[in-house]
Design a protein around this ligand. Structure first.
Ligand SMILES: Cc1cc2nc3c(=O)[nH]c(=O)nc-3n(C[C@H](O)[C@H](O)[C@H](O)COP(=O)(O)O)c2cc1C
Length: 211
């Protein structure tokens, strides 16, 4: 396999700063909607990057579960590796990539835990089996075997069948409040379009970036 030979040109159109006329959060929603219409696989999946206190970065895919005027919401285990990093360093980034649309969005901002009420609402809306999985997984901790995990899951499921299941305190949502958002549209000959929004004194400023 010669990776040098792999080359796909991008032709789906141009992105002009004038196309993005309102808040970046509005246009993020719009692009997610476009990705849904284009039937992009897992179109709400997004790469979340966090960093340790010393600045060492780490990334993983999560699912976007809500977006409003405040920012973007994801749900996870607060004790996970990402949770531990966010506890000491609340600067984070989200990255959407929709290859079918030749588009990406880079989002940077600060993260805080969302309201207990929202975590509660989303947890209770999930299927029982998913709630059990969230409750019995000490996410990011080592485990001896799959069998061990299955045994714990079955026991917890039996308890949940009888008495229901409440949201563990270590599971909930994070809200990322963006201060930098960049929309990227692939262009022919690697001459891409990039539009950057930066938040300055509560106002969004917009500019074109070179590819
Ligand atoms: C498509 C996809 C969706 C995922 N969604 C979530 C999610 O919403 N929340 C979550 O905690 N992990 C999700 N994961 C798993 C994470 O990528 C990751 O393995 C996990 O959160 C542990 O990460 P950490 O050890 O860096 O904290 C998803 C993975 C994939 C591939």
């Amino acid at each position: 396999m010669d990776l040098f030979d792999i080359r796909k040109d991008y032709h789906q159109g141009h992105l002009k700063p004038e196309d993005l006329n309102t808040s970046p959060l509005f246009h993020i929603k719009e692009w997610i909607h476009d990705a849904e219409k284009a039937q992009c696989m897992e179109h709400t999946s997004v790469v979340l990057s966090t960093a340790s206190l010393s600045g060492a970065p780490s990334s993983r895919v999560v699912l976007l579960k809500k977006i409003d005027d405040e920012g973007l919401y994801i749900f996870t285990n607060y004790n996970s590796r990402k949770g531990q990093q966010l506890e000491v360093n609340n600067k984070a980034a989200l990255l959407f990539f929709w290859p079918e649309l030749e588009r990406q969005i880079n989002i940077e901002g600060k993260v805080e835990k969302c309201s207990e009420a929202l975590s509660e609402e989303y947890f209770n809306q999930r299927p029982l089996e998913s709630r059990v999985s969230a409750a019995v997984s000490a996410q990011s901790s080592p485990v001896t075997s799959r069998e061990e995990m299955e045994k714990n899951w079955k026991r917890a499921k039996e308890r949940a069948d009888k008495g229901g299941i409440t949201r563990p305190v270590y599971w909930g949502g994070y809200l990322l409040k963006p201060h930098r958002v960049e929309f990227w549209q692939g262009g022919a000959n690697r001459f891409h379009d990039r539009v950057l929004f930066t938040l300055e004194k509560d106002e969004w400023h917009k500019e074109r970036l070179m590819p």
